[in-house]
Design a protein around this ligand. Structure first.
Ligand SMILES: [Zn+2]
Ligand SMILES: [Zn+2]
Length: 319
């Protein structure tokens, strides 16, 4: 068992074997994690025969917050609630100083993450894909691209959001979906080009089809769908450490938003030192078959946890 460093020593992450249950890993040196605040003793280990896993490094009380972070990219579901909250933090909106936000800080952070730039782009084609097929991931990739362009414009460097996204493990997009993916990629490049934010050649260098496909695959494996206490539903990508939790249908860690976009990972029960920390990749109230469908089609694995073993119908032992 080898202990890996979560963020302080990036080199420890390089060259991990492809052992994740969530598909091919694509680890690169993770960036510093300004979006992330680990609050309790958790550590990333490489377990023999199992791959990477987050473990408790001390006994943890039920209700303890293990990790807090804000999304590196998010899309709001269009609901009446969404129109009443701060565009950036999802807290209560105020009319001043800038309409649509709660504070000057939020307006500035939104702008620094490429929000203003993205508003200038014509993404109607991608919004149509979202509306017709409920595919939000192209819009998440558009947000990441906007944050990259804005980061490059401001400092000449790729921002932490982009580096986190590139460090996420990703699903391989099937060949029969590639025609659509190519079309989306072309629509994304055209949407940014028509707004004059960048020329097509630079965009093809920053986000070639291969990288677009990688980010879609990362969204497929790592996107969280969460609801704030104000009823706002978001689909979001979290910093890479938050995507290191493995799955269990009886998770000891619960993921939730409060009033804002800050996401908390909280111990759902007492956890002993050395225990693996797991979240559920599917809603806990789904039955066995519905859960397995999600694991199979979204994450390409079969869950064999004790709850699944108990709930598995006898005629489908190897679903
Ligand atoms: Zn705000
Ligand atoms: Zn299970």
């Amino acid at each position: 068992m080898r202990r890996l460093h979560l963020s302080s020593r990036p080199s420890a992450w390089r060259g991990l074997p492809h052992a994740s249950a969530r598909g091919p890993t694509a680890w690169r040196a993770p960036p510093r994690a300004p979006h992330t605040r680990p609050l309790a003793s958790i550590a990333l280990y490489e377990l023999e025969g199992k791959g990477r896993a987050l473990l408790a490094e001390a006994n943890i009380c039920a209700g303890a917050t293990l990790l807090q972070c804000v999304p590196i990219a998010k899309e709001l579901k269009a609901t009446p609630h969404a129109a009443a909250v701060c565009t950036h933090c999802l807290g209560p909106r105020r009319a001043a100083p800038r309409a649509g936000f709660c504070s000057e800080d939020c307006a500035a952070e939104y702008s620094a993450a490429g929000g203003d730039l993205l508003e200038r782009c014509d993404l109607r084609a991608l919004h149509a894909v979202h509306a017709e097929q409920n595919r939000r991931f192209p819009l998440l990739v558009a947000r990441l691209l906007a944050s990259l362009l804005e980061g490059l414009r401001r400092s000449g460097e790729a921002p932490a959001e982009w580096q986190h996204a590139m460090a996420l493990c990703h699903a391989v997009i099937p060949d029969d979906a590639m025609a659509q993916v190519k079309e989306e990629h072309a629509a994304l490049v055209a949407g940014f080009t028509s707004a004059g934010v960048s020329d097509a050649q630079s965009l093809q260098l920053l986000l070639p089809l291969e990288r677009y496909t990688q980010l879609l695959g990362a969204a497929q494996l790592n996107a969280f769908e969460l609801q704030t206490s104000r009823g706002v539903v978001i689909s979001c990508l979290l910093p890479s450490v938050a995507s290191c939790f493995n799955h269990s249908c009886e998770p000891n860690v619960l993921v939730s938003c409060g009033e804002t976009h800050q996401v908390s990972f909280v111990a759902g029960r007492e956890i002993s030192e050395g225990e693996e920390l797991c979240i559920s990749y599917a809603p806990l109230d789904l039955d066995y078959e519905a859960r397995q469908q999600i694991f199979k089609y979204k994450y390409a694995f079969t869950c064999t946890c004790s709850r699944c073993a108990e709930e598995c119908p006898e005629d489908k032992p190897h679903m």
